[in-house]
Design a protein around this ligand. Structure first.
Ligand code: CTP
Length: 370
C-alpha cells in the first residue's frame, strides 16, 4: 500500500474498498480511497501539514494534498437507491463504518483497514472470499439497484481470476431476464471500458454467453467464431489503446444506448456502412479500408471475413502513390476529377504490383492521359 503521511490521532480513519482488496492480493492499486468515520471535511481541516484542494459538501468528501500527492477522503455514508440504476441518494453522512461498508458492491470491496493500527475490519466475509477467489454481492437487491455491478463482477472475475458465487450468479441471471433499461448508461460505459480494456477473450465469452451484453442492446447477438483477443494482439500497434474496448463491444453493432465520442461513433457507423461489402479485387479492399479506422477494419474481420483484412494489413495498407498533382500538371493534365481517376489507375496497378517505382507510375499516368 502506498505510504501516506497523515498525523492521525482520531483512530477513525480507514483505507477502504479496492485499495484494501488489492493489498491483500499483492496487486498495485489504481487509487487510494480513505474514509473517515464522521465528517471528513471537518477532520481534514483539523489536520496539520495538509492542504485542502476541493470540498464536496453534499457528498461529505474532501480532496487534500499530502506530500505533493492528491488524495480523496470520504465521510462514511449511508445511501438508498430511490431510482434503481441511477446514483444513490445519501441518507446519512458520518454513519458508523458498518453502514458505510454494507452499501457497497461485493464482499471483496467491503474491507476496511485502520489507518493507524493496520487492523482489517471485515464485516461481510470479504477476507474468506478473497481467499476462495469468490465474488459475492452483499444483498439480493444489489444488481437491481445498480446493474453496472453485473459488469463490475465480470471485470473483477477476469482481473483476478475469481468466480462469482452461485447465489450471485443466480441474482445476475434473474436480473438479465428482466432488465430495467432506465439506468445510467454513462456508468455502464465506464465499466465496459474498464472491463474490455483488459483485452480478454474470457471476458467477452462470459459477456455474450451469460447474456450480460443485454444490458447494452435489446437485440440478440451471436458470438463470432473468432478469438478477438488474438486478433487485437496481432494488430495492437495499429489500434488506439483507448479503443480496444470498442472492438469487443462494437461486435454488438447496436450501441445506441451508450453515449459515444465522435471517434467511437465513426468506428461503429463506418463498420455498419461497409459490413455488407464483398470485395472483387485488392484495389477494392484498399479503397474501402483506407478510408476507415483500423478498428473498423478489425470489426469487419471479426464479424464478416478476416481474409481481406489480413491481406490489407499485411500487404496493402502501406501502398501509396508517389507522384503528385504537380507531376500530372507537368504531363499536361489540367486539374480536374481526372486527377483522382489517374491516381486510382496507378493505385490499381500498385495493388497488383506494390514494387512499382515512381517512373513506372509516370508511365501509367502518361498512358492514362493518352
Ligand atoms: N462501489 C460500489 N458499487 C459500484 C461502484 C463502486 O459499491 N457500482 C464501491 C466499491 O466498494 C468499490 C468502491 O466503491 O471498492 C470504489 O469504486 P471504484 O474505484 O470504482 O472501485 P475499486 O474497487 O477501487 O476498483 P478499481 O480497482 O477498478 O479502481
Amino acid at each position: 500500500m502506498n505510504i501516506i503521511r497523515i498525523k492521525d490521532t482520531s483512530n477513525k480513519l480507514f483505507y477502504i474498498g479496492g485499495v484494501v482488496r488489492d493489498e491483500i492480493l499483492h496487486k498495485e492499486s489504481f487509487d487510494i480511497d480513505l474514509t473517515y468515520v464522521g465528517n471528513a471535511i471537518e477532520y481534514a481541516k483539523s489536520l496539520p501539514d495538509v492542504e485542502i484542494i476541493k470540498i464536496n459538501e453534499p457528498f461529505g468528501t474532501v480532496r487534500v494534498k499530502i506530500d505533493g500527492k492528491e488524495i480523496d477522503i470520504a465521510s462514511t455514508r449511508a445511501e438508498i437507491y430511490e431510482r434503481p440504476g441511477h446514483l444513490p441518494t445519501i441518507t446519512e453522512i458520518g454513519c458508523d463504518l458498518k453502514k458505510d461498508v454494507i452499501r457497497r458492491d461485493f464482499t471483496i470491496n467491503a474491507l476496511a483497514k485502520n489507518f493507524n493500527s493496520g487492523e482489517i475490519i471485515d464485516y461481510t466475509g470479504g477476507l474468506d472470499d478473497i481467499k476462495n477467489k469468490t465474488i459475492r454481492v452483499l444483498h439480493d437487491k444489489s444488481f437491481i439497484e445498480d446493474p453496472t455491478r453485473i459488469i463490475r463482477a465480470l471485470k473483477f472475475a477476469v482481473r483476478f481470476d475469481f468466480e462469482l458465487d452461485e447465489h450471485t450468479k443466480e441474482l445476475r441471471d434473474n436480473y438479465l431476464k428482466n432488465i430495467n433499461y432506465d439506468m445510467s448508461f454513462k456508468r455502464v460505459k465506464k465499466e465496459l471500458i474498464e472491463t474490455f480494456s483488459l483485452n480478454s477473450q474470457k471476458a467477452y465469452n462470459e459477456f455474450i454467453d451469460k447474456n450480460i451484453y443485454k444490458l447494452v442492446t435489446e437485440k440478440t447477438v451471436t458470438k463470432p467464431n473468432i478469438n478477438i483477443e488474438n486478433i487485437i494482439n496481432k494488430y495492437k500497434k495499429l489500434i488506439n489503446p483507448s479503443n480496444i474496448w470498442l472492438i469487443y463491444v462494437g461486435t454488438l453493432e447496436d450501441l445506441s444506448k451508450l453515449e459515444l465520442t465522435k471517434e467511437e461513433k465513426s468506428i461503429i457507423t463506418d463498420y455498419i456502412n461497409i459490413k455488407n461489402l464483398k470485395f472483387n479485387s485488392d484495389f477494392e479492399i484498399y479503397k474501402t479500408f483506407k478510408n476507415v479506422k483500423p478498428e473498423t477494419v478489425l470489426l469487419y474481420g471479426i464479424l464478416n471475413d478476416l481474409v481481406p483484412v489480413i491481406n490489407y494489413f499485411e500487404n496493402l495498407q502501406d501502398i501509396k502513390v508517389e507522384i503528385t498533382g504537380d507531376d500530372l500538371l507537368k504531363l499536361g493534365l489540367k486539374p480536374s476529377s481526372k486527377y483522382r481517376e489517374c491516381f486510382d489507375e496507378i493505385l490499381m496497378e500498385k495493388c497488383l504490383n506494390p514494387t512499382l517505382t515512381k517512373s513506372d507510375e509516370l508511365n501509367i499516368a502518361k498512358k492514362y492521359i493518352k
